[in-house]
Design a protein around this ligand. Structure first.
Ligand code: GRF
Length: 193
C-alpha cells in the first residue's frame, strides 16, 4: 500500500513508521513526506531515508482549499492510498477529507476524548491524572474527534516530571502507531478484494 506521512516537527513517529516499513512490519511504502514547516527535523529524517519530502506552506496559497488542492495533486501523482498524520499540526479540510474518506489516520498523545488539541501531555500533567496514554484514530473535520482505532494507557507515578510522562507516551506511540497502521492496511486490503 502506498502511504504518505504528514508531519510538522521532530518526526520521531515518522522515524518509527520508516523503521517498521524497513523491518517489514508495515506492508506499505512511504512514497512521500508532506511538511508545512521549513525547519521541521522530519524533513531531514526523510532525506536520510531517501523519501521525497515536500514543503507546502499555507502562507504561499490564497486559501486553505488551494493549499490542500496542491497537496492533493502531489498525493495523486504518487498514487497515495493512505495518509498518516504524525505530528501534523493542522486541521484537515474538506478537500483532503473528501478525497481520502476513512483513509487518513492520526496519533494523539492522550486517551481521547480527554485532552484533545495542543499540548495534550501538558494538559494531562497539569490535570494530575494518574492514567493517560495514546490514541490512534481516523481523522474527521474536528480537532482529534474521529473514530478511535486503538488506544494504550500509561501510568503517571508520584514524582514523574512532564518529561517522564512525555518519554512514556512516546515509547508507546512508536510501538502502537506502526502496529495500528498495519492493521488499517490489512483492513483496507481486505475490503478491496
Ligand atoms: C506526537 O506526540 C503525536 O502524538 C502528536 O504530535 C507528536 C509528534 O511527535 N500528534 P513527533 O514529531 O512524531 O516526534
Amino acid at each position: 500500500m502506498k502511504l504518505a506521512v504528514f508531519a510538522s516537527g521532530n518526526g520521531s513517529n515518522f522515524e518509527a513508521v520508516m523503521e517498521a516499513v524497513n523491518r517489514g512490519d508495515i506492508q506499505g511504502e512511504v512514497k512521500l513526506l508532506v511538511c508545512d514547516k521549513p525547519n521541521a527535523y522530519a524533513m531531514e529524517r526523510a532525506k536520510g531515508h531517501g523519501v521525497p519530502a515536500f514543503l507546502f506552506q499555507p502562507k504561499d496559497f490564497v486559501t486553505k482549499e488551494a493549499y490542500e488542492f496542491a497537496i492533493l495533486d502531489k498525493l495523486q501523482n504518487y498514487n497515495v492510498e493512505l495518509i498518516i498524520l504524525a505530528g501534523y499540526m493542522r486541521l484537515i479540510g474538506p478537500t483532503l477529507l473528501n478525497a481520502f474518506e476513512h483513509k487518513i489516520i492520526n496519533i494523539h498523545p492522550s486517551l481521547l476524548p480527554s485532552f484533545p488539541g495542543l499540548d495534550a501531555i501538558g494538559q494531562a500533567f497539569d490535570a494530575k491524572v494518574r492514567v493517560s496514554g495514546v490514541t490512534v484514530h481516523f481523522v474527521d473535520a474536528g480537532m482529534d474527534t474521529g473514530p478511535i482505532i486503538d488506544q494504550e494507557a500509561i501510568r503517571i507515578e508520584d514524582g514523574d516530571t512532564r518529561e517522564d510522562v512525555q518519554r512514556k507516551i512516546q515509547q508507546v506511540e512508536h510501538r502502537l502507531y506502526p502496529k495500528t497502521i498495519q492493521r488499517v492496511i490489512e483492513k483496507i486490503g481486505s475490503v478491496k478484494h
